[in-house]
Write a protein that binds this ligand. Structure first.
Ligand code: PHE
Length: 479
């Protein structure tokens, strides 16, 4: 095995992590998650989930990664004990899994960059989507997207990932700001902003049990948590930077980009009189394309928008592949390049059902892959990491968090206890509701079988009792 690489600079690490976080989740899923979950009301719960659950969970991943300097499987084994390697193993599997459908959507984006340039979709935006989203066409573009991802990861941590994200992330921000500024000049934008930015708290109160797990799932997906991407990226940190400070920059930048994307999408749709609730996997493509098709200078705007989406997707996809590649490279004698190519080929194959949109129980492959990742795998992985970092280790975790930062001891303890209680509780509830959603979607359970609210309350009570018991027996770090 060759010597382990590290980031060349602190900014390199932060940009790579922001690149991982900012992705299709922010631009493709976020505005429509919001639209389906009460508009601005969702924004409020989502931001709360990011701060209270996502941020401490992100720091937990940084702590294991930097402390062990290993891929997720070896990292968790070394940090918390042999059996915790399973949590890292789940992460590697999930990286493989998510990238398989992420790349199909990435392929659509590639197609739309070209389509905006030539105006290919201008005549019939929704017909165009239907014609490229499924089938051999989709497969070819899925292949092209995977080839790009493999190409970058094969070049290594410093020359591939770091260099790539140093270009991609600033480009995303500049383009989005320009697009948002332009969008603000469109007629009728006030409705778009109003929908997006004024929370309807009654809707929120009425739907909290369903909004909550979606918001937690979205927070995890968008921050690339629960599958070891942030463990892996932090494992390449050589020095003693402040993890809380770096984590805070990443959370803030990711949230800003998400909000900025909303400030582009909602005004454009409002200006064109396109509804906000055209949910579905093709929503952002069909409706934004419909808007570009009629707006003046639609070609230019379309290229700008879809290039943002492409860069965001690419810089996230490389972090998904890197999780798998780092694990394989560190556990075999093979070099990074062939490993990246072989793993990439496997991921391409796993994406075939998505490219052909095979369906099961009336639900398409993309929706299935996404649902399992969102509602099951990421909360489960996040829970495993929170337990490993929070409960099996106390003192070691707070000491690692404190290394290189001047945060006070009290802050470290506040983080540890948030991880041990709030994060564990929220992820358990999200996971159980996720299992329910999966069973309902599979047709095993009627949607009315278990009403969510009593389930959440009962579960919260059980977890709280276990946590109180655990708190009595665990080591009490004083840092
Ligand atoms: N955070 C990425 C997004 O928002 C997706 C992702 C999830 C990337 C998990 C890496 C790991 O699109």
């Amino acid at each position: 095995m060759t010597e382990r690489e590290t980031w060349s600079s602190r900014a390199g690490f932060i940009l790579a992590a922001v690149g991982s976080a900012v992705g299709l989740g922010n631009v493709w899923q976020f505005p429509f998650q919001a639209a389906n979950n009460g508009g601005a009301a969702f924004l409020v719960v989502y931001i709360a989930a990011v701060l209270l659950i996502g941020f401490p969970a992100l720091l937990a991943e940084f702590v294991v990664g930097r402390n062990t300097e290993s891929n997720p499987v070896d990292a968790l084994r070394e940090y918390a004990g042999e059996s915790w390697a399973v949590v890292g193993g789940l992460g590697v599997f999930v990286g493989f899994w998510i990238l398989s459908f992420y790349s199909v959507v990435g392929g659509w984006v590639l197609r739309y960059v070209g389509g905006s340039l030539t105006g290919a979709y201008f005549g019939d935006p929704s017909g165009y989507f239907a014609s490229i989203a499924v089938g051999v066409d989709a497969l070819a573009l899925h292949f092209a997207f995977m080839a790009l991802v493999v190409g970058i990861v094969a070049l290594g941590v410093e020359d591939g990932i770091e260099l790539g994200t140093k270009v991609m992330v600033p480009a995303i921000v500049v383009l989005l700001v320009a697009l948002a500024a332009w969008a603000s000049t469109l007629p009728g934008v006030a409705d778009g902003y109003a929908y997006y930015l004024s929370p309807d708290l009654d809707t929120l109160a009425a739907n909290l049990p369903s909004v909550l797990p979606n918001a937690v799932g979205q927070a995890f997906f968008t921050l690339s948590l629960g599958m070891g991407a942030m463990v892996t990226y932090a494992s390449y940190l050589g020095g003693d930077d402040s993890l809380p400070a770096d984590g805070a920059s990443i959370v803030v930048l990711n949230t800003l980009v998400g909000v900025l994307a909303g400030l582009v999408v909602f005004p454009v749709l409002a200006a064109e009189g396109i509804g906000f609730d055209t949910a579905g996997m093709g929503a952002v493509f069909e409706s934004m394309a419909a808007a570009f098709a009629t707006l003046p200078a639609g070609n230019v705007l379309g290229v700008g928008f879809f290039v943002v989406l492409l860069l965001a997707a690419l810089s996230s996809a490389i972090s998904l592949l890197e999780v798998v590649v780092s694990y394989v490279v560190e556990n075999t004698t093979r070099d990074r390049k062939p490993v990246a190519a072989i793993v990439g080929a496997g991921i391409f194959l796993l994406g075939v059902p998505t490219a052909f949109d095979l369906s099961l129980n009336g639900v398409g492959a993309l929706a299935w892959y996404n649902l399992l990742a969102y509602n099951l795998f990421l909360p489960a992985g996040g829970l495993g990491i929170a337990l490993a970092v929070g409960w099996t280790q106390g003192g070691r975790s707070t000491r690692e968090l404190a290394r290189g930062s001047n945060a006070s001891e009290t802050l470290g303890l506040a983080w540890l206890w948030t991880l041990r209680t709030v994060v564990v509780l929220a992820l358990t509830v999200t996971l159980v509701l996720g299992v329910k959603t999966v069973l309902v979607t599979a047709g095993v359970l009627a949607s009315s079988a278990l009403s969510s609210m009593p389930l959440v309350v009962a579960l919260a009570a059980v977890v709280a009792a276990v946590l109180v018991g655990g708190a009595r027996s665990v080591d009490r770090p004083t840092a």
